[in-house]
Design a protein around this ligand. Structure first.
Ligand SMILES: NC(=O)c1ccc[n+]([C@@H]2O[C@H](COP(=O)([O-])OP(=O)(O)OC[C@H]3O[C@@H](n4cnc5c(N)ncnc54)[C@H](O)[C@@H]3O)[C@@H](O)[C@H]2O)c1
Length: 358
């Protein structure tokens, strides 16, 4: 992926309104979509669905204008529903997604796009064949901090990137059907791929499960990129501290992005290492360390999901390719699939492969 692959930016065009949009899955995350769709002010009708009656009642109480259903069927049969957002557990994404595309609905699927590269490729091909928008919920790609971080890296301010290190830990929420890598690491992987503008060549991952056998609750994933660049991602549901921090180390400067530091989420450190020739002994080198200023650029933070909602609506109304399109979802799932294969072999190096051409 390079920067020019990322399309769909620009102000949302709201001359036309969305006739109808549906949110499928009203658990922890889905209601946030309903709230943002309503706040956008350009959706004539918002409907929603969940298998669980208590979740349907919860959303109807919060949003009296939103009608809810116990199944996706009436949504698929309604020609006025132009787009569907899937916020259900990961193992349901592919089946629900292909049913939506089959019913000619544009589609946003929460991260990760599906449970395998093969499933992602099928959704991408279906959407392309039918001229429908397919977007994946890589929310952090819509965060003002991450956009700023990418701008800083692309402007060359940090110099040549050496490595990226990411930590996403907290206590809970243990999942029953996916491990901590599939649950938390899609965020870090999508951010790192956006920063570097390319996908990794290989991945290796170690982890352990302490509560649900076979479902790792702590893991360390490593991605190797061309150009001697490496990225580490530490994810855990069993950590006393909530940490969401990414460190980018370059040849000129270093940067820390702390998603929990609301005041100054990005700090650029003018620190680094200089290599000087060491004249006493020919061919040896001496290192000097630079400790310069720390700069916190202003980031006008808004809710990333608001920007993501507006972008999705814009893409549907104007048939634009989303910034986080199906291919971007597939790239992240390729890494997750590779990580699973590596976990089963206690951290062996696994090449990252793609089922469709870039
Ligand atoms: N982008 C983000 O920052 C972010 C944050 C949290 C979760 N997520 C993603 O959102 C998705 C949902 O996560 P969650 O934490 O809300 O899960 P959850 O378990 O809290 O909620 C899922 C809901 O889906 C419903 N459901 C399951 N199968 C269904 C079906 N076939 N039809 C209709 N409803 C169905 C369940 O009853 C449940 O209420 C996951 O893909 C997750 O990775 C994304």
């Amino acid at each position: 992926m390079n920067r020019s692959d990322i399309g769909g930016d620009g102000p949302p065009v709201t001359a036309r309104r969305l006739r109808g949009v549906a949110v499928v899955g009203l658990g922890y995350w889905g209601p946030n979509w309903v709230r943002n769709l309503q706040a956008s002010g350009v959706c004539d009708r918002i409907v929603a669905c969940d298998l669980d009656a208590a979740r349907r009642r919860h959303v109807e109480r919060l949003y009296p204008g939103v009608r809810t259903f116990s199944s996706i069927d009436p949504i698929l049969a309604d020609p006025e529903i132009e787009a569907v957002i899937i916020a259900t557990p990961v193992h349901t994404h592919w089946e629900l997604g292909r049913r939506c595309l089959g019913a000619d609905k544009s589609l946003l699927v929460e991260k990760p796009l599906a449970s395998s590269v093969k499933q992602c490729a099928e959704l991408i091909e279906m959407a392309a064949a039918r001229g429908l928008v397919l977007m994946v919920g890589h929310t952090f790609e819509y965060s003002a901090s991450v956009i700023k971080l990418c701008e800083i890296v692309n402007a060359g301010e940090l110099g040549e990137i050496f490595y990226i290190s990411s930590i996403r830990t907290n206590l809970g929420l243990l999942q029953q059907d996916i491990n901590v890598v599939w649950d938390l690491a899609p965020h870090d992987i999508s951010i790192i791929l956006a920063i570097l503008g390319r996908a990794p060549e290989s991945v290796n991952c170690q982890g352990r499960s302490h509560y649900n056998p076979g479902i790792e609750d702590v893991a360390m994933l490593t991605m190797s990129f061309s150009g001697n660049v490496i990225a580490f991602v530490h994810v855990s549901w069993l950590d006393p501290n909530k940490i969401r921090r990414i460190t980018v180390v370059g040849s000129r400067k270093m940067l820390i992005y702390d998603d929990i530091a609301y005041q100054e989420p990005i700090r650029i450190y003018d620190k680094g290492v200089s290599v000087l020739p060491y004249y006493d002994t020919f061919g040896e080198f001496r290192f000097t360390y630079r400790y310069g200023d720390i700069l916190a650029p202003r980031v006008a933070e808004a809710e990333p999901l608001k920007a993501e909602t507006e972008h999705f609506i814009d893409c549907v109304l104007n048939k634009r390719r989303p910034r986080s399109d199906g291919l971007s979802g597939l790239r992240v799932v390729s890494v997750l699939e590779g990580a699973d294969a590596s976990l089963r072999r206690d951290g062996a190096l696994v090449p990252v492969k793609y089922a469709v051409a870039k």
